[in-house]
Design a protein around this ligand. Structure first.
Ligand code: FAD
Ligand code: 2HG
Ligand code: ZN
Length: 469
């Protein structure tokens, strides 16, 4: 029987999509990749995932795992061959278990991150991972990319939350690692190998994640600043004042904020004057009472006195808190509306961020007159989305034709400052060409050996991260 028929009989009518039903699964969020899949497989459980992978392996057919398809690096889009199967986990979206005593939750991979957060909240706890695509991004996707996001400064990235994992391997066998132990030194830590592997080593079908106490108090402020150095100084002030309380510390450039204000309906800057730099800070505590608000005000007063902060607005209600966050969260959407962008999801040691911003801006402005340098991101983690928006009115395709030149120029600055070319979005199909320069020698060979051992036919996401040399 042909492979497609075998898969159809395994998965049933709602488990296999073809033709126009595949729209939405074949292109990426950024609109950079437009592929054609042999079919979209939507298994209902781990046994079906394992069986589908086994059938594909026997036929030598490659698989592109897909969660919410929000990858910023084209990691979940099939190629143009029409021979790849997209494996969507969207039907596997249940909470398997929540244990209050163990502070853990077991989620299936196709559940959205937002639904996972809501399940934790319903139990009076918190799933402490938040990204600006959480309504669509899935547990499998955030783990496969080791997503970071807005709470990393306090809780770490996705990797830090994983206690256990269930993974279907390339031959269809199942790694049953859904343990919830806080300590377990029995051999290699296999689960961490799959976190951040971008679907190249196995299909994550479920995970046990750590939960945290839910904050009882939260305070948010948006601050206008004269320089990037001032943003770091402010971060230092908050860390010194109450180290455990900083839950998010996000940076936005004046250019990025202006795009949000111009292109997102309902977005209004609640400050008297626009500035060159902004910070959104959120403090939170699970304790009742206390002086979170007073602490926020006293730190800001001292920073205003020292001329590190020009102006600040504090949220007075939940609606205002969400309104301030919206100005940060809508940066990606605003930049998409402004035309083509070249994204550089880079990290450098936190102390070097001002030098990075200054040098990289100078280099890019010299390369493309009129380019809109619109950086923002998780400055508390040293992670800047150094995004370059096309000059107004320019030809988007012409601008994108220079993406490697711009990425390499920014990369050269990042490398001089001991940083990374991908802080949280991964390598995907967009950046494998950078791997030999950044991860060459023994490190890259070890990665290739792991890929060859776990996926000897090179069938899992074959164009991502480590395409065959
Ligand atoms: P997909 O995009 O579907 O897939 C991503 C990668 O994981 C692909 O390589 C895919 O093959 C693989 N994969 C997916 N599911 C599985 C699985 N079950 N098993 C094995 N491999 C799998 N990222 C951040 O880190 N922080 C942010 O703040 C952030 N904000 C974003 C905001 C917007 C508006 C958008 C569009 C994206 C943002 N991202 C962010 C990037 C993206 O959301 C994350 O990379 C997210 O983790 C991807 O989840 P997903 O379910 O959409 O995965
Ligand atoms: C964010 O922090 C995301 O909002 C998206 O990581 C970044 O659009 C981007 O480049
Ligand atoms: Zn980010």
């Amino acid at each position: 029987m042909p492979l497609l028929d075998q898969l159809a009989s395994l998965l049933g009518p709602s488990g296999l999509l073809t033709g126009s039903d595949m729209t939405g699964f074949e292109s990426d969020w950024r609109g950079l990749y437009h592929g054609r899949a042999a079919a979209v497989l939507r298994p209902a459980d781990t046994a079906q995932v394992a069986q589908a992978v086994r059938l594909c392996a026997a036929a030598g057919a490659s698989i592109v795992p897909q969660g919410g398809n929000t990858s910023m690096v084209g990691g979940a889009a099939p190629d143009e061959s029409g021979a790849q199967f997209v494996l969507s986990l969207s039907r596997m979206n249940r909470v398997r278990e929540l244990d209050r005593a163990d502070m853990s939750i077991t989620l299936e991979a196709g559940m959205t991150l937002k639904a996972g957060q809501e399940a934790a909240e319903a139990a009076g706890l918190m799933l402490p991972l938040s990204i600006n695509a959480e309504g669509s991004a899935t547990i499998g996707g955030v783990l496969a990319t080791n997503a970071g996001g807005n709470l990393t400064v306090r809780y770490g990235n996705a990797r830090d939350l994983v206690l256990g994992l269930e993974v279907v391997l390339a031959d269809g066998s199942v790694f049953e690692g859904l343990r919830r132990l806080r300590k377990d030194n029995t051999g290699y830590c296999l689960r961490q190998l799959f976190v951040g592997s971008e679907g190249t080593l196995g299909i994550i079908t479920a995970a046990v994640l750590k939960l945290a106490p839910r904050p009882r108090q939260r305070e948010v402020a948006l601050c206008a600043l004269p320089t990037a150095e001032a943003a770091l100084a402010l971060f230092g002030r908050f860390q010194q004042h109450d180290p455990g309380a900083v839950q998010a510390f996000e940076y936005m450039s004046g250019t990025g904020m202006a795009l949000v204000n111009a292109l997102i309906p309902g977005a209004t800057l609640p400050l008297a004057e626009p500035a060159a730099h902004y910070v959104l800070v959120e403090l939170a505590t699970p304790r009742e009472g206390g002086d979170l608000r007073a602490g926020l005000e006293s730190v800001l007063e001292a920073a205003i006195e020292a001329e590190e902060v020009l102006d600040a607005v504090l949220a007075e209600s939940e609606a205002q808190r969400l309104g301030l966050w919206m100005l940060r969260e809508e940066h990606s959407e605003a930049q998409k509306r402004a035309g083509a962008s070249v994204k550089n999801d880079v990290s450098v040691p936190v102390s070097r961020i001002p030098a990075f911003l200054e040098e990289a801006t100078r280099v890019c402005e010299a390369m493309v007159p009129g380019i809109r340098v619109a950086p923002f991101g998780h400055i508390g983690d040293g992670n800047i989305h150094f995004n370059l928006v096309q000059p107004e009115g320019a030809d988007p395709a012409g601008f994108l034709a220079r993406d490697h030149a711009l990425m390499d120029a920014v990369g050269a600055v990042v490398q001089r400052l001991d940083g990374s070319f991908s802080a949280e979005h991964g390598v995907g199909r967009l950046k494998p060409y950078m791997m030999p320069l950044w991860r060459g020698g023994a490190e890259l060979e070890a990665m290739r050996a792991i890929k060859a051992a776990l996926d000897p036919q090179h069938l899992l996401n074959p164009l991502v991260m480590l395409p065959r040399p």
